[in-house]
Design a protein around this ligand. Structure first.
Ligand code: EPU
Length: 454
């Protein structure tokens, strides 16, 4: 297992191009199952989760290729797919357990093939993560859903012995924590091929859903209202070929904004989706971070300069569905607030247990007091290097940010960075290009360095 060693204290400066969005890419790759025509996506990042999705789609009868971009400054590579054998519709536990987003294949496969068997994803380190709302939505469209040996089995009932279609209807996708992003993706994708009109109420408004709807429309779907809580989908009989460039990754961009903030740095992000980051940028602004971009540029692909000085101000922040502050940036902002001058309050309202980074940040000298889904962050003058353990994707990013600012003898050692590789492409190289001292130590390197090993 790889680990990172970071010697903190450098002020980061320079320029980076934001990669294509992981969370947009995953449901969009699955949408390739909705057609047997050529399907091309551009700006696909080179990440472990993307590779898992490529493998899964290969197992589901698709010819898939992924060409990665060699240049670390490119926003990503090209993914192509063609569904050639639509009879293999089983997403096995072996793959689903490595990546929960595998659930995205359920809606497309069901709508196009009339049958899908998808292993029920288990919990993960950020919480329980049920899929009941996905299933409720698909059954409202007429699917028969059962559970067999841990697999979801979804079928479109036959009509007089012939393959049937899902039926458009009004579906409510709200749950105890608001809407569901991948649930909206599943139901919206399935409804494109349903008979009649589907109206999704309490739909997720995330930019990744807007991009998915735009992709589906480019394939011939008739979707309106994406980006609002009511999405209307007029079903069509079939969808066709597409070539689509995906949006930039707002969470990667938000993380590098935090890197500028925590190191009192000066970083310019190209291909930066400022329009999708308003809540995060509002919080950074209140902390005293300066962000500048050209108001005339495409607000989803702007060049944004982030500059910060020491002595950031404390703030309150609550995670919410978009356009509120994203849960996927909570851990990273917490790392920055550890060094603010005063007490901050962070409340997590999407995944109420998503706090595994709290104990690890405390090992680096952070003063954190958790009560239920709220953490009080009492700012300290400095963080100190320590060995810490990454527990999930965004928690790993938070520890790296803390490591960049930690000062003292010895490096910060972050173990289990495979979590990071699920969502941040070549982060160590990108941070090095900004002047950080970060090394990836892989087990292979260690075997070579070990005494007596050739
Ligand atoms: N929920 C239910 N029932 C459901 C579905 C969700 O109760 O059927 C609850 C969840 O437990 C959670 C809330 O609803 O409390 C929101 O979950 P949501 O379904 O929106 O999460 P998701 O679609 O599974 C995506 C992202 C996550 C991101 C969340 C919230 C992808 C691949 N994943 O997950 O990203 O945190 O939306 O914005 O798009 C990450 O990138 O690190 C990550 C975890």
């Amino acid at each position: 297992m790889d680990r990172f060693e970071i010697r903190g204290g450098n002020r980061l400066a320079g320029r980076l191009t934001i990669k294509g969005s992981k969370n947009a890419a995953l449901p969009m790759m699955a949408a390739g199952l909705l057609t047997d025509q050529p399907f091309v996506l551009r700006d696909i990042p080179d990440l472990a989760d993307i590779n898992n999705m490529v493998r899964l789609l290969g197992e589901l009868g698709c010819q898939v290729s992924r060409q990665s971009a060699d240049d670390i400054e490119s926003p990503g590579g090209v993914f192509t797919l063609r569904a050639v054998d639509e009879s293999i519709s089983h997403a096995r536990y072996d793959i689903v357990r490595t990546m929960r987003a595998s659930i995205c294949v359920l809606g497309p496969m069901l709508a196009r093939r009339g049958y899908a068997r998808v292993s029920l994803p288990g919990g993960c380190s950020i919480g329980e993560r049920p899929v009941d709302i996905h299933l409720r939505g698909l059954s409202a469209l007429g699917a028969d859903i059962t559970l067999d040996q841990g697999d979801i089995i979804a079928r479109v009932p036959k009509v007089h012995g012939k393959p049937g279609r899902l039926k458009g209807t009004r579906v409510f996708l709200g749950g105890p924590f608001g809407s569901t992003v991948l649930g909206t993706a599943n139901v919206m994708s399935a409804a494109t091929l349903a008979e009649g009109t589907t109206v999704i109420e309490c739909a997720a408004c995330e930019p990744e859903i807007v991009d998915l709807a735009n992709l589906l429309n480019a394939m011939g779907a008739k979707i309106t209202g994406q980006g609002s809580p009511r999405i209307t989908i007029e079903g069509v009989k079939e969808l066709g070929a597409v070539d689509h460039r995906i949006i930039a990754d707002r969470i990667e961009a938000g993380t590098y904004m935090c890197a500028a903030a925590i190191t009192a740095g000066d970083i310019t992000l190209d291909n930066c989706p400022v329009d999708a980051l308003m809540a995060h940028m509002d919080r950074l602004h209140h902390m005293g971070v300066t962000m500048q971009w050209d108001a005339k540029a495409d607000p989803m692909r702007a060049s944004c300069r982030i500059t910060a000085t020491r002595g950031l101000k404390p703030i309150e922040v609550t995670t919410q569905p978009h356009p509120g502050f994203p849960t996927d940036l909570q851990a990273q902002l917490m790392a920055v607030l550890c060094l603010a001058e005063g007490n901050s309050v962070i409340t997590e309202r999407i995944f109420t247990e998503r706090f595994l980074h709290v104990a690890e940040l405390s090992r680096m000298g952070a003063q954190l007091y958790r009560q239920g889904s709220t953490v009080i962050v009492s700012g300290v003058r400095k963080l100190t290097p320590a060995p810490v353990m990454a527990s999930d994707l965004r928690a790993s990013a938070s520890l790296i940010l803390a490591g960049l600012a930690a000062e003292g003898p010895g490096p910060t050692v972050i173990n289990r960075v495979y979590h990071l590789d699920r969502g941040y492409e070549k982060m160590e190289l990108r941070l090095q290009s900004l002047g950080a001292e970060v090394q990836r130590i892989s087990e292979r390197d260690e075997a070579t360095l070990a005494p007596g090993v050739a």
